[in-house]
Write a protein that binds this ligand. Structure first.
Ligand SMILES: CC(C)(COP(=O)(O)OP(=O)(O)OC[C@H]1O[C@@H](n2cnc3c(N)ncnc32)[C@H](O)[C@@H]1OP(=O)(O)O)[C@@H](O)C(=O)NCCC(=O)NCCS
Length: 228
Protein backbone atom coordinates (compact mmCIF):
# COMPACT_ATOMS: atom_id res chain seq x y z
CA UNK A 1 0.00 0.00 0.00
CA UNK A 2 1.58 3.27 -1.09
CA UNK A 3 1.83 6.10 1.42
CA UNK A 4 3.79 8.60 -0.69
CA UNK A 5 2.69 12.16 -0.50
CA UNK A 6 1.79 11.93 3.23
CA UNK A 7 3.67 14.37 5.43
CA UNK A 8 6.79 12.74 6.89
CA UNK A 9 6.40 9.59 4.74
CA UNK A 10 9.19 9.13 2.18
CA UNK A 11 7.99 8.90 -1.43
CA UNK A 12 7.25 5.28 -2.42
CA UNK A 13 7.02 4.06 1.20
CA UNK A 14 4.61 1.18 1.73
CA UNK A 15 3.27 -0.84 4.63
CA UNK A 16 2.54 -4.55 4.78
CA UNK A 17 -0.96 -5.91 5.44
CA UNK A 18 -0.01 -7.07 8.98
CA UNK A 19 1.17 -3.48 9.62
CA UNK A 20 -2.14 -2.24 8.20
CA UNK A 21 -3.98 -4.49 10.64
CA UNK A 22 -1.91 -3.17 13.53
CA UNK A 23 -2.79 0.35 12.39
CA UNK A 24 -6.45 -0.57 12.07
CA UNK A 25 -6.48 -1.92 15.63
CA UNK A 26 -4.89 1.30 16.86
CA UNK A 27 -7.50 3.38 15.04
CA UNK A 28 -10.18 1.25 16.67
CA UNK A 29 -8.56 1.89 20.02
CA UNK A 30 -8.82 5.59 19.25
CA UNK A 31 -12.61 5.04 18.91
CA UNK A 32 -12.73 5.10 15.15
CA UNK A 33 -15.79 3.13 14.06
CA UNK A 34 -14.68 -0.41 13.17
CA UNK A 35 -16.83 -0.39 10.07
CA UNK A 36 -14.89 2.64 8.81
CA UNK A 37 -11.75 0.53 8.58
CA UNK A 38 -12.81 -1.91 5.82
CA UNK A 39 -14.48 1.05 4.09
CA UNK A 40 -11.11 2.78 4.10
CA UNK A 41 -9.45 -0.25 2.50
CA UNK A 42 -12.34 -0.69 0.06
CA UNK A 43 -11.67 2.87 -1.14
CA UNK A 44 -8.16 1.86 -2.20
CA UNK A 45 -9.40 -1.47 -3.60
CA UNK A 46 -7.84 -3.62 -0.87
CA UNK A 47 -10.85 -4.77 1.20
CA UNK A 48 -10.51 -8.45 0.15
CA UNK A 49 -6.78 -8.57 0.85
CA UNK A 50 -7.29 -6.75 4.13
CA UNK A 51 -9.75 -9.34 5.49
CA UNK A 52 -7.77 -12.25 4.06
CA UNK A 53 -4.76 -11.05 6.11
CA UNK A 54 -6.84 -10.69 9.29
CA UNK A 55 -5.16 -12.24 12.31
CA UNK A 56 -7.38 -14.86 13.95
CA UNK A 57 -9.66 -13.39 16.62
CA UNK A 58 -8.85 -14.08 20.23
CA UNK A 59 -10.92 -17.04 21.47
CA UNK A 60 -11.26 -17.61 25.20
CA UNK A 61 -13.63 -18.97 27.86
CA UNK A 62 -16.55 -16.69 28.70
CA UNK A 63 -16.56 -14.68 31.92
CA UNK A 64 -19.68 -13.25 33.66
CA UNK A 65 -18.86 -9.87 32.05
CA UNK A 66 -19.41 -11.47 28.62
CA UNK A 67 -23.00 -12.61 29.27
CA UNK A 68 -24.67 -9.51 27.78
CA UNK A 69 -22.35 -9.59 24.76
CA UNK A 70 -23.15 -13.28 24.22
CA UNK A 71 -26.92 -12.59 24.32
CA UNK A 72 -26.43 -9.77 21.80
CA UNK A 73 -24.40 -11.93 19.39
CA UNK A 74 -27.01 -14.72 19.51
CA UNK A 75 -29.93 -12.30 19.07
CA UNK A 76 -28.35 -10.54 16.10
CA UNK A 77 -27.07 -13.71 14.40
CA UNK A 78 -30.31 -15.68 14.77
CA UNK A 79 -32.73 -12.73 14.62
CA UNK A 80 -34.61 -13.83 17.76
CA UNK A 81 -34.38 -14.64 21.46
CA UNK A 82 -34.45 -18.46 21.29
CA UNK A 83 -30.71 -19.20 21.22
CA UNK A 84 -29.81 -16.47 23.74
CA UNK A 85 -32.34 -18.05 26.13
CA UNK A 86 -30.96 -21.54 25.44
CA UNK A 87 -27.50 -20.34 26.51
CA UNK A 88 -28.92 -18.90 29.75
CA UNK A 89 -30.81 -22.13 30.50
CA UNK A 90 -27.82 -24.40 29.83
CA UNK A 91 -25.71 -22.23 32.13
CA UNK A 92 -28.37 -22.18 34.87
CA UNK A 93 -28.74 -25.98 34.67
CA UNK A 94 -24.98 -26.49 35.07
CA UNK A 95 -24.67 -28.32 31.74
CA UNK A 96 -21.94 -26.22 30.10
CA UNK A 97 -18.77 -28.06 29.12
CA UNK A 98 -17.28 -24.93 27.58
CA UNK A 99 -18.68 -21.59 26.45
CA UNK A 100 -16.19 -19.68 24.31
CA UNK A 101 -16.20 -16.13 23.02
CA UNK A 102 -14.32 -14.59 20.10
CA UNK A 103 -13.39 -11.04 21.03
CA UNK A 104 -12.13 -8.02 19.13
CA UNK A 105 -11.03 -5.36 21.57
CA UNK A 106 -13.76 -5.23 24.18
CA UNK A 107 -16.49 -6.56 21.88
CA UNK A 108 -17.82 -10.12 21.78
CA UNK A 109 -18.09 -10.88 18.04
CA UNK A 110 -18.70 -14.62 18.22
CA UNK A 111 -19.84 -17.31 20.63
CA UNK A 112 -20.02 -21.11 20.81
CA UNK A 113 -21.31 -23.43 23.50
CA UNK A 114 -20.77 -27.13 24.13
CA UNK A 115 -23.01 -28.85 26.70
CA UNK A 116 -23.48 -32.26 28.29
CA UNK A 117 -25.51 -34.63 26.12
CA UNK A 118 -26.21 -38.15 27.41
CA UNK A 119 -26.55 -40.99 24.94
CA UNK A 120 -28.22 -44.13 26.32
CA UNK A 121 -26.50 -47.19 24.90
CA UNK A 122 -26.87 -50.90 25.59
CA UNK A 123 -23.79 -50.78 27.80
CA UNK A 124 -24.60 -47.58 29.69
CA UNK A 125 -24.52 -43.81 29.26
CA UNK A 126 -22.08 -42.28 26.80
CA UNK A 127 -21.46 -38.67 27.91
CA UNK A 128 -21.28 -36.83 24.60
CA UNK A 129 -21.16 -33.08 23.96
CA UNK A 130 -23.78 -31.04 22.09
CA UNK A 131 -22.50 -28.15 19.96
CA UNK A 132 -25.25 -25.51 20.23
CA UNK A 133 -25.64 -22.71 19.71
CA UNK A 134 -22.93 -21.03 17.67
CA UNK A 135 -23.23 -17.46 16.45
CA UNK A 136 -21.12 -14.73 14.86
CA UNK A 137 -22.18 -11.10 14.52
CA UNK A 138 -23.49 -10.58 10.96
CA UNK A 139 -20.77 -8.04 10.08
CA UNK A 140 -18.10 -10.49 11.29
CA UNK A 141 -19.31 -13.55 9.39
CA UNK A 142 -17.26 -15.26 6.65
CA UNK A 143 -13.96 -14.14 8.14
CA UNK A 144 -13.01 -17.34 9.91
CA UNK A 145 -14.42 -16.46 13.36
CA UNK A 146 -16.79 -19.46 13.34
CA UNK A 147 -13.97 -21.76 12.27
CA UNK A 148 -11.72 -20.53 15.11
CA UNK A 149 -14.53 -21.09 17.63
CA UNK A 150 -15.32 -24.64 16.46
CA UNK A 151 -11.65 -25.68 16.37
CA UNK A 152 -10.89 -24.35 19.86
CA UNK A 153 -14.16 -25.76 21.22
CA UNK A 154 -13.34 -29.25 19.94
CA UNK A 155 -9.88 -29.02 21.53
CA UNK A 156 -11.38 -28.06 24.89
CA UNK A 157 -13.95 -30.87 24.71
CA UNK A 158 -11.14 -33.35 24.05
CA UNK A 159 -9.11 -31.92 26.96
CA UNK A 160 -12.20 -32.37 29.19
CA UNK A 161 -12.50 -36.03 28.34
CA UNK A 162 -15.27 -35.96 25.72
CA UNK A 163 -15.08 -38.55 22.95
CA UNK A 164 -18.12 -37.61 20.83
CA UNK A 165 -19.71 -34.28 19.76
CA UNK A 166 -23.16 -33.96 18.18
CA UNK A 167 -24.51 -31.00 16.22
CA UNK A 168 -27.67 -30.02 14.37
CA UNK A 169 -26.47 -27.67 11.65
CA UNK A 170 -25.72 -26.89 8.02
CA UNK A 171 -24.53 -30.04 6.17
CA UNK A 172 -22.36 -27.72 4.03
CA UNK A 173 -20.47 -26.27 6.99
CA UNK A 174 -19.76 -28.82 9.74
CA UNK A 175 -18.23 -31.74 7.75
CA UNK A 176 -15.06 -29.63 7.26
CA UNK A 177 -14.38 -30.15 10.98
CA UNK A 178 -15.00 -33.91 10.81
CA UNK A 179 -18.74 -34.00 11.57
CA UNK A 180 -20.64 -36.63 9.61
CA UNK A 181 -24.34 -37.47 9.22
CA UNK A 182 -23.27 -41.08 8.63
CA UNK A 183 -21.72 -41.29 12.12
CA UNK A 184 -24.97 -40.05 13.68
CA UNK A 185 -27.16 -42.62 11.93
CA UNK A 186 -26.77 -45.29 14.60
CA UNK A 187 -28.01 -42.80 17.22
CA UNK A 188 -31.72 -42.25 17.71
CA UNK A 189 -32.73 -38.66 18.36
CA UNK A 190 -35.29 -36.00 17.60
CA UNK A 191 -33.61 -34.77 14.38
CA UNK A 192 -33.66 -36.99 11.31
CA UNK A 193 -31.72 -36.20 8.13
CA UNK A 194 -28.33 -34.91 7.08
CA UNK A 195 -28.36 -31.88 9.39
CA UNK A 196 -27.87 -34.07 12.43
CA UNK A 197 -24.18 -34.98 12.61
CA UNK A 198 -21.66 -36.55 14.96
CA UNK A 199 -17.90 -36.25 15.31
CA UNK A 200 -15.53 -38.66 17.02
CA UNK A 201 -12.91 -36.88 19.14
CA UNK A 202 -11.46 -40.31 19.86
CA UNK A 203 -11.28 -42.32 16.63
CA UNK A 204 -13.71 -45.24 16.77
CA UNK A 205 -15.68 -43.83 19.72
CA UNK A 206 -18.94 -44.56 17.90
CA UNK A 207 -17.88 -47.83 16.29
CA UNK A 208 -20.55 -50.42 17.03
CA UNK A 209 -22.42 -48.01 19.29
CA UNK A 210 -26.15 -47.57 18.91
CA UNK A 211 -28.23 -45.60 21.34
CA UNK A 212 -30.71 -42.83 22.05
CA UNK A 213 -29.64 -39.23 22.49
CA UNK A 214 -31.45 -37.51 25.37
CA UNK A 215 -31.48 -33.74 24.91
CA UNK A 216 -31.79 -32.05 28.34
CA UNK A 217 -34.93 -30.01 29.13
CA UNK A 218 -33.01 -26.79 28.47
CA UNK A 219 -33.37 -27.48 24.73
CA UNK A 220 -37.15 -27.27 25.07
CA UNK A 221 -37.80 -30.33 22.93
CA UNK A 222 -40.68 -31.37 25.18
CA UNK A 223 -41.78 -34.40 27.12
CA UNK A 224 -42.34 -36.48 23.98
CA UNK A 225 -38.58 -36.52 23.34
CA UNK A 226 -37.65 -37.32 26.97
CA UNK A 227 -40.10 -40.24 27.10
CA UNK A 228 -39.27 -41.54 23.62
C1 LIG B 1 -22.82 -20.25 11.02
C2 LIG B 1 -21.89 -19.12 11.51
C3 LIG B 1 -21.71 -19.24 13.02
C4 LIG B 1 -20.54 -19.28 10.80
O1 LIG B 1 -19.64 -18.30 11.28
P1 LIG B 1 -18.56 -17.59 10.34
O2 LIG B 1 -17.67 -16.81 11.22
O3 LIG B 1 -19.27 -16.88 9.25
O4 LIG B 1 -17.82 -18.88 9.77
P2 LIG B 1 -16.48 -18.91 8.94
O5 LIG B 1 -16.04 -17.56 8.55
O6 LIG B 1 -15.55 -19.75 9.70
O7 LIG B 1 -16.90 -19.73 7.67
C5 LIG B 1 -18.02 -19.30 6.90
C6 LIG B 1 -17.68 -19.24 5.46
O8 LIG B 1 -16.80 -18.15 5.20
C7 LIG B 1 -15.67 -18.62 4.49
N1 LIG B 1 -14.52 -17.81 4.94
C8 LIG B 1 -13.83 -17.95 6.07
N2 LIG B 1 -12.85 -17.01 6.15
C9 LIG B 1 -12.96 -16.25 5.03
C10 LIG B 1 -12.25 -15.12 4.51
N3 LIG B 1 -11.19 -14.59 5.17
N4 LIG B 1 -12.67 -14.57 3.35
C11 LIG B 1 -13.72 -15.10 2.68
N5 LIG B 1 -14.42 -16.17 3.11
C12 LIG B 1 -14.04 -16.75 4.27
C13 LIG B 1 -15.55 -20.04 4.87
O9 LIG B 1 -14.85 -20.80 3.90
C14 LIG B 1 -17.00 -20.44 4.94
O10 LIG B 1 -17.46 -20.70 3.63
P3 LIG B 1 -18.81 -21.47 3.27
O11 LIG B 1 -19.63 -20.45 2.56
O12 LIG B 1 -18.39 -22.58 2.40
O13 LIG B 1 -19.49 -21.91 4.54
C15 LIG B 1 -22.46 -17.72 11.17
O14 LIG B 1 -22.71 -17.66 9.79
C16 LIG B 1 -23.74 -17.38 11.94
O15 LIG B 1 -23.70 -16.84 13.05
N6 LIG B 1 -24.90 -17.66 11.33
C17 LIG B 1 -26.18 -17.37 11.95
C18 LIG B 1 -26.47 -18.27 13.10
C19 LIG B 1 -26.34 -19.73 12.73
O16 LIG B 1 -26.90 -20.16 11.73
N7 LIG B 1 -25.61 -20.48 13.57
C20 LIG B 1 -25.30 -21.87 13.33
C21 LIG B 1 -26.41 -22.75 13.74
S1 LIG B 1 -25.99 -24.41 13.31
Amino acid sequence: MQWSGRRGVPPGASITLPQAWALARELDWLHMERNDIPALFARVGLAGEFWAAAPPPMVREETPEDHDGIRRVNRLAFGGEGEAMLVDRLRADGLVITSLVAVEGAQVVGHILFSELPVETETGILCAAALAPMAVLPEWQKRGVGTALVRRGLEVCRERGKTVVIVLGRPGYYPRFGFSAELARSLRGPFPGDSWMALELTPGALAGVSGTVRYPEAFGLGAAHAAE
